[in-house]
Design a protein around this ligand. Structure first.
Ligand code: NOJ
Length: 587
């Protein structure tokens, strides 16, 4: 008896520990949403989204199946780079509301069981930040807050020449001259985004304090924007050119060995992770505070953000953003391209780490426009069913398109237009007309909108919801992953868990149907496949049962099967037969 009780207690202990792991490491299987604040929901009628609007619409995240969201920047900003130029990290952008609104948003999210993450921009501030203004004025405390350089001597006198050949990501020299200091400052992005100097202890302290401030407020983590630009060569050496024969005109003409992914940057990320991990221990916070790093870098450099390759105990980001699907899931992608994208990450990811899958953001053309409208379902399928966490850019769950009519001051604005909630005035985003918002709403909002898609029996949104529901299963949370190219247009993979629960995901990239034999997949010895969910354009209906060795997949199809044996399929068919008769007789 005693031994049975001990065993029972042991089982309960194991379950409790396991539950704790899930709670602590919640991000390993999380379903993330990215909210672009300016375009989510406007409650003031000025055509610009705001925090009160987010509160009002937060139920949507729950309905869609998201458990965490990260917010593009909400801090005070002159909006030269729509919020990625912060002038005060302790004040909310007045267009969006107040700090109390933000606290109310966190509280509402908490009541729904949703985690809130901030986009944090460590590399640069706005040129209107008081630190920069004081640094330009050479105030002693702020003198070294930014990266300043005298420039190269000009033999003819007058303004010195540029310090070196560094180019800004947005084009043009990465240096701008300031009269008051008679020096150049560095900006790896716009001139309105001066780079902070992380070799200054004051900067490190000021930025670290902010992270702690927002952890105390209840945020679940941070997306660290443009993290790989944090440090630059202390000697300001010229960067080498890809093609030394050509003029340096664009950012991509240079190999960024002195401005990106410097060793110091990795060490810095590790130090921030340690600071955060130590802080949650000190404060008894039971869930990890997430560090997500945004870095467009080589695969090997990207992987270094996870942890120090020479010492896995030196942790970095829980999640370095994985942009592979953005690069590999192109309009004409073949099965091999998708495989390459997926395994570029999985084969290089260090042991013990978790993958994440991203197909869009405010920086990239929307999936329906970048690839093609029919393919939104397959992209959503892949993002939501691969092993690891998923990240969905606002609007992709309803298949929004780029609005080509957006004024072209920033080529990325076409994919930042307001969320299409319904077919009413202002698409339910605002009380204004659809063309009077900060960016014009896409005219297709009359049909592509949340409400219409909720009402249709099959829609992009309904399919999305069915996939996020599946993410709660053990198979999708913890199952293994077996990917197979079936032919150049069709690929599939299984997510099997302990021979208990499994799904086969099948994608047809092409505009023609294919007859397939899927016997190579492990379906626990069961020879029939049953449709669990299928894209709205699929030839399959939920509940359809097909022979594993004779599957006809329709054009641009995306479908998820589970496995049934012949015996259970006979029982199911009989049940279906009697249900149909019953409905017929008693209706
Ligand atoms: C990456 C952000 O996603 C992008 O929108 C921004 O322009 C740059 N970082 C600079 O902050």
């Amino acid at each position: 008896m005693k031994s049975k009780i001990t065993f029972l207690l042991f089982v309960i202990f194991i379950i409790a520990i396991h539950g704790q792991d899930d709670e602590k490491e919640w991000w390993r299987t999380a379903t993330f949403y990215q909210i672009y604040p300016r375009s989510f929901m406007d409650t003031t009628g000025n055509g610009i989204g705001d925090l009160k609007g987010m509160i009002q619409r937060l139920d949507h995240l729950k309905d869609a199946g998201f458990d965490t969201f990260w917010l593009s920047p909400i801090f005070k900003s002159p909006q030269k780079d729509t919020g990625y130029d912060v002038s005060d990290y302790y004040t909310i952008e007045p267009d969006y509301g107040t700090m109390d609104d933000f606290k109310a948003l966190i509280a509402k999210a908490k009541s729904l069981g949703i985690r809130v993450m901030l986009d944090f921009i460590p590399n640069h501030t706005s040129d209107e930040h008081e630190w920069f203004i004081k640094s330009c004025a050479n105030e002693s405390e702020f003198r070294d807050y930014y990266v300043w350089h005298d420039g190269q001597p000009n033999p003819e006198g007058g303004r010195p020449f540029l310090p070196n050949n560094w180019i800004s990501v947005f084009g043009g020299p990465a240096w701008t001259w300031v009269e008051s200091r008679q020096q150049y400052y560095l900006h790896q992005f716009l001139p309105g985004q001066p780079d902070l100097n992380y070799r200054s202890d004051n900067v490190v302290k000021a930025m670290s304090d902010m992270l702690i401030y927002y952890i105390d407020m209840g945020v679940a983590g941070f997306r660290l924007d443009a993290i790989n630009h944090l440090f630059e060569d202390a000697l300001f050496r010229n960067e080498t050119q890809w093609n030394p024969e050509e003029e340096i005109e664009n950012y991509d003409d240079l190999n960024h060995e002195h401005t990106k992914d410097l060793n110091e940057t990795f060490l810095f990320v590790y130090s921030w992770r340690k600071m955060i991990d130590d802080y949650i221990v000190q404060k008894n916070i039971s869930s990890d505070i997430l560090v997500m790093t945004e870095a467009y870098a080589s695969t090997s450099d990207t992987m270094r953000y996870y942890h120090d390759p020479t010492n896995p105990n030196v942790r970095g980001a829980h999640m370095p953003f994985n942009f592979q699907l953005i690069f590999n899931f192109q309009a004409n992608a073949k099965s091999e391209d998708i495989q390459r994208g997926i395994f570029e990450w999985l084969n290089n990811m260090p042991e013990g780490e978790t993958a994440n899958w991203v197909a869009g953001s405010h920086d990239h053309s929307r999936v329906a426009s970048r690839i093609m409208p029919e393919k939104i379902h397959m992209v959503n399928t892949v993002v939501l069913t691969l092993p690891g966490s998923s990240i969905t850019y606002m609007g992709e769950e309803i298949g929004m398109h780029d609005n080509k009519d957006v004024p072209n001051w920033d080529n990325r604005n076409k994919n930042r237009t307001p969320m299409q909630w319904n077919g009413g005035v202002g698409a339910g985003f605002t009380t204004r007309n659809a063309n009077e918002t900060w960016l014009p709403i896409h005219p297709n909002y009359l049909t592509v909108n949340l409400q219409a898609e909720t009402e249709r029996p099959r829609s992009t949104y309904k399919y999305f919801q069915s996939l996020t529901a599946l993410r709660k299963t053990n198979a999708l949370r913890k199952g293994d992953f077996d990917f197979k190219i079936i032919n150049e247009d069709v690929f599939g993979y299984t997510r099997n868990y302990n021979k208990e629960e499994g799904y086969l995901i099948l994608i047809n990239l092409s505009g023609s149907s294919h007859h397939l034999d899927l016997k190579a997949f492990d379906t626990f010895g069961k020879n029939k496949l049953r449709v669990v969910t299928a894209a709205p354009n699929s030839r399959f209906d939920v509940g359809d049962i097909v022979e594993k060795e004779h599957v006809t997949v329709g054009l641009y199809d995306a479908v998820v099967f589970d496995y049934v044996s012949s015996a259970s399929s006979v029982v199911l068919s009989i049940a279906l037969f009697f249900t149909t008769i019953f409905v017929y007789l008693f209706n």
